[in-house]
Design a protein around this ligand. Structure first.
Ligand SMILES: Cc1cc2nc3c(=O)[nH]c(=O)nc-3n(C[C@H](O)[C@H](O)[C@H](O)COP(=O)(O)OP(=O)(O)OC[C@H]3O[C@@H](n4cnc5c(N)ncnc54)[C@H](O)[C@@H]3O)c2cc1C
Length: 173
């Protein structure tokens, strides 16, 4: 509940627009503020002028199972070559659910194309050096702050991305 309070405070007095693509309303949004925080893909922001960064995607297969308990835990990871999925989530265990049925989602690693969600950056030499070119443009762009997994083309866990946001706020304000 503490978290809900924090989020309520963060959103207090702020206009929130959902399903509002920045690129479709760039002019209007750029005119709203002196500084923009952009958490979308940095290569898209710069119109892919040096080429496209690559990602790995994930495909989820969700099933309702006629059993109380499938795996006894919210998350089980699989690293075995023979098993096609990398993780099984059993949702009820996050909330200590006691329902007679259970819902599980299997995560399959998937090739990324532009129509799919860019889940994980591929931080190999080729993509990292491409990102460095975009980063240089960003460093000379005083109006925009790029943040997060897509803005910085970097794998972030939740705690790390929140820390990064807090550090960015202290630096900017
Ligand atoms: C499958 C998966 C499982 C994960 N599991 C864990 C876990 O167990 N533990 C953990 O700590 N972390 C986990 N993470 C990582 C965690 O989700 C990220 O660290 C976190 O969400 C990154 O926050 P972000 O703000 O950088 O990106 P996001 O949360 O992706 O936010 C970026 C936002 O920018 C918006 N955006 C992008 N382009 C535009 C545009 N053109 N116009 C308007 N808005 C736009 C997107 O809609 C999105 O809301 C997982 C990530 C994935 C993909």
């Amino acid at each position: 509940m503490v978290i809900l309070g924090i989020i309520e405070k963060m959103l207090n007095g702020i206009e929130v627009k959902l399903n509002y693509n920045y690129f479709e309303h760039k002019k209007e949004l750029d005119n709203l503020a002196k500084k923009i925080v952009f958490t979308g893909p940095i290569d898209e922001y710069y119109n892919y002028q040096f080429g496209e960064l690559e990602y790995r995607s994930v495909r989820f297969e969700t099933e309702i199972l006629n059993m109380e308990n499938y795996q006894g835990n919210a998350v089980v990871n699989y690293t075995d070559y023979e098993i096609p999925y990398t993780r099984v989530i059993e949702h009820k265990h996050f909330e200590f659910g006691t329902q007679p049925k259970t819902v599980i989602s299997k995560e399959y690693s998937d090739k990324w194309t532009k129509e799919k969600e860019p889940y994980y950056p591929i931080n190999d030499e080729k993509n990292n050096s491409l990102y460095e070119k975009y980063k240089k443009l960003a460093e000379n762009d005083s109006k925009v702050v790029f943040g997060g997994r897509l803005g910085e083309y970097k794998y972030y866990d939740m705690d790390k991305v929140i820390l990064q946001a807090l550090e960015c706020v202290s630096k900017e304000l």
